[in-house]
Design a protein around this ligand. Structure first.
Ligand code: UTP
Length: 290
């Protein structure tokens, strides 16, 4: 049985929904309470048992690399001042995982970003976590998917049902429900209109795939938006191998979207030991004034 040991985090997109911030700051580095979004994602991968992580970045995104690098001067200063709690926070990001980086030279789409990981992944099943989707749950979303992979030995897409009017934002799955939370994937459609959508079951930024996806992506032609779409590759993969979708438990935030980002900020603050009590008071106070 093959174990899922490696994960990739595509984080090379332009992030146009967050302009002008994203002119010089990667959206993956936007702060949620006290950590950049991408650290939450790396933490999820580690908690799911992933051993090696490849982050796909691009020009202008070196702050992502810096975040996971050592900061010896800062750490020495914190040590000399006896600020051990702050030192621990700094070291946390450095020691979190075995993180590798590769740059996508042209932003030709998510499918193309995934293809950049071919040499890193080799001939093993692997996970994909999108750099702007954060999922909050006691049991990490990716862990839930890996358990399904272990049972089925086939690719698994992380899905949740979305509102009808939102289907045009996602890759929508066509398939049959086979148990409480699992579907077979018979087809998919990228960002359909409400009329075109076969279901409201949407792929939400978490995947466990077999390496057969790479041969497929090598020949996948640009699709919607002129980009090489991962969804188009998944449609071909589902024709060749069995594929499942799992309705994962957890609250998912699209931190690449303004409203999604604000919700993540508020809800993570309401869970954060250091600020939650006073933040809750503040939220109550301000909502009475609105
Ligand atoms: P999005 O659809 O969120 O696009 O990409 P985007 O460019 O990042 O953001 P907007 O829509 O312009 O605001 C989905 C995921 O695929 C990655 C993104 O970083 C994101 O995690 N991606 C997209 C790449 O890595 N490379 C690409 O060429 C395109």
């Amino acid at each position: 049985m093959m174990r899922v040991r490696k994960a990739i985090i595509p984080a090379a997109g332009y992030g146009t929904r967050f302009l002008p911030t994203t002119k010089a700051t990667p959206k993956e580095m936007l702060n949620i309470v006290d950590k950049p979004a991408i650290q939450y994602i790396v933490e999820e991968a580690v908690a799911a048992g992933i051993e090696e992580i490849l982050i796909i970045t691009t020009r202008n995104k070196s702050s992502i690399e810096n975040h996971f690098d050592a900061t010896p001067e800062l750490n020495d200063m914190l040590k000399s001042k006896g600020k051990d709690d702050l030192l621990a926070l700094s070291k946390e990001a450095e020691d979190l995982a075995e993180v590798f980086f590769k740059r996508q030279k042209e932003m030709k789409g998510l499918g193309h970003a995934v293809l950049q990981a071919r040499a890193f992944v080799g001939d093993e099943p692997f996970a994909i976590l999108l750099g702007d989707d954060i999922v909050y749950h006691e049991k990490p979303c990716l862990k839930q998917l890996i358990e399904v992979f272990d049972k089925r030995q086939a690719s698994v897409l992380g899905v949740q049902s979305v509102k009808k009017e939102d289907v045009s934002k996602y890759g929508i799955v066509d398939g049959k429900q086979i148990d409480d939370r699992t579907y077979t994937v018979e087809g998919m459609i990228e960002k359909p209109s409400i009329e075109e959508a076969p279901t409201t079951v949407a792929a939400l930024g978490r995947y466990v795939l077999t390496p057969a996806i790479f041969d497929i992506l090598e020949t996948t032609q640009p699709g919607k938006g002129g980009e090489i779409q991962l969804t188009d590759g998944l449609i071909e993969l589902a024709k060749k191998e069995s594929m499942f979708a799992y309705d994962f438990e957890g609250i998912r935030y699209d931190t690449g979207d303004k409203l999604g980002y604000l919700k993540a900020t508020v809800e993570y603050a309401l869970r954060h030991e250091g600020v939650k009590a006073s933040f809750k008071d503040y939220i109550k106070e301000i909502s009475e004034k609105l």
